[in-house]
Design a protein around this ligand. Structure first.
Ligand SMILES: Cc1cc2nc3c(=O)[nH]c(=O)nc-3n(C[C@H](O)[C@H](O)[C@H](O)COP(=O)(O)O)c2cc1C
Length: 190
């Protein structure tokens, strides 16, 4: 699939078939993640690939706890309708773990280490585009407490769970989501 087609056709998928992802396909997706740019090529990511039903259940439980907390705290009514059972049905997800020590000069600046998060975001997007090109749906999931999710996944406290990338065959059509025209978001300084 052409890159521009993959970019335009990728949409967040929140309902998956349980069909397992072939090892070779998963390997290509993960390798695409590793080709992301990073500060000083520090490659601050690690990937935890989850297929075990027991671990999916634990991840779901932590995300659900966070969803309930967010519902109470924010008062956002849409959170009540937003169900996350797909975390149990999705055949595979990849937790993207970032190392704040592997950042750029930002480490020494007032706002602190952020470059590692950008790099891990680029890796997540690479994996989602690769999944799209290989005929899979994906979702970038972040509705969890990073510290608590780190404990669930056995990540040392110095490293952060930045996102969970869900991957699988979509169950049915994925809802189209539009974008504002690029011209509305762009300024040319000539
Ligand atoms: C940093 C980030 C965090 C996100 N977290 C969630 C999430 O926790 N749950 C979810 O369902 N979607 C999440 N998304 C997906 C967005 O909701 C989605 O990308 C957006 O609505 C646009 O839809 P599209 O991806 O189909 O174009 C996240 C996306 C990003 C980039």
């Amino acid at each position: 699939m052409d890159l521009f087609t993959a970019i335009k056709e990728r949409r967040s998928c929140r309902s998956f078939l349980s069909d397992p992802i072939e090892e070779a396909t998963l390997g290509k997706i993960i390798e695409a993640g590793t080709w992301a740019p990073s500060p000083m090529n520090a490659q601050p990511w690690e990937f935890i690939v989850v297929t075990s039903p027991e671990m999916k259940e634990k991840v779901y439980a932590e995300a659900e706890r966070c969803r309930q907390w967010a519902l109470r705290t924010s008062g956002w009514s849409w959170l009540d309708k937003y169900q996350i059972e797909f975390l149990k049905d999705v055949p595979t997800f990849i937790a993207v773990i970032g190392d704040p020590k592997k950042s750029g000069v930002d480490m020494f600046l007032e706002d602190g280490s952020v470059g590692y998060q950008y790099a891990c975001a680029a890796a997540a997007q690479n994996m989602m585009l690769a999944a799209q090109a290989l005929g899979l749906g994906s979702l970038w999931f972040t509705l969890f407490d990073r510290k608590k999710m780190g404990e669930v996944l056995g990540v040392i406290p110095e490293k952060k769970v930045l996102s969970i990338v869900c991957l699988g065959k979509p169950s049915g059509a994925v809802a189209p989501v539009g974008r504002k025209p690029a011209a509305e978001k762009t300024t040319f300084l000539k």
